[in-house]
Design a protein. Structure first.
Length: 199
């Protein structure tokens, strides 16, 4: 009881102190210290969002695209997650993102050799990332630019997602491929038997 009260007070005080720093900061949203955080004015946290310690969240506000990070209500993000935003990353409600997950909507343009630094925003290639509601992303997974993950899907630990994953699927591997789908009639996950080219 005392621990729950302490957690409530900490999150309440943190929100009051940081409310003006974010695009949107709903009640009971909380980021646990320590963390690395840039571009708070482009970050929206829904009600009850919990981000555990050692998160690295970078929204590159110098980008020409007016980037935004939107995290839906009651999503939990475990320690050491790295989220990089140069365009738009949307994470739905009630998601669970495990430790050491990497999510990015951009990479560097390496089509030609360059003599100047690659980190300049002008050389970033971007495409929005959308993670639907109730998605579970396993530890050390990588979610790359332009990807959409559908509702209630599961991404296996250590996977690299390079293309869209539909709703109600389990995907794993590098690159991630669909291995199971939810059978609503049987009410269980069953082996994926679709077109091999779609895996």
């Amino acid at each position: 009881m005392i621990k729950r009260l302490n957690n409530f007070l900490r999150s309440r005080i943190w929100r009051l102190l940081n409310l003006h720093r974010y695009a949107r900061l709903e009640k009971r949203a909380f980021i646990e210290c320590p963390f690395i955080l840039t571009g708070q004015k482009s970050i929206s946290l829904g009600e009850g969002v919990k981000i555990w310690p050692f998160a690295r969240i970078e929204v590159f506000t110098g980008s020409k695209l007016a980037p935004a990070l939107i995290i839906g209500e009651y999503t939990t993000i475990q320690p050491f997650v790295h989220i990089g935003v140069a365009d738009k990353v949307t994470i739905g409600k009630h998601c669970l993102i495990a430790s050491n997950v990497y999510i990015s909507d951009h990479d560097h343009n390496t089509s030609l050799p360059r003599s100047d630094p690659l980190y300049k925003n002008d050389y970033l290639q971007t495409a929005p990332v959308t993670i639907g509601p109730n998605v579970w992303i396993g530890e050390k997974a990588n979610i790359l630019k332009g990807v959409s993950i559908g509702e209630s899907s599961i991404i296996g630990a250590g996977s690299t997602v390079t293309k869209d994953i539909p709703s109600y699927c389990i995907a794993a591997g590098s690159p991630a491929k669909i291995i199971k789908v939810w059978d609503a009639d049987l009410k269980k996950w069953v082996a994926w038997e679709g077109n091999p080219s779609e895996k």
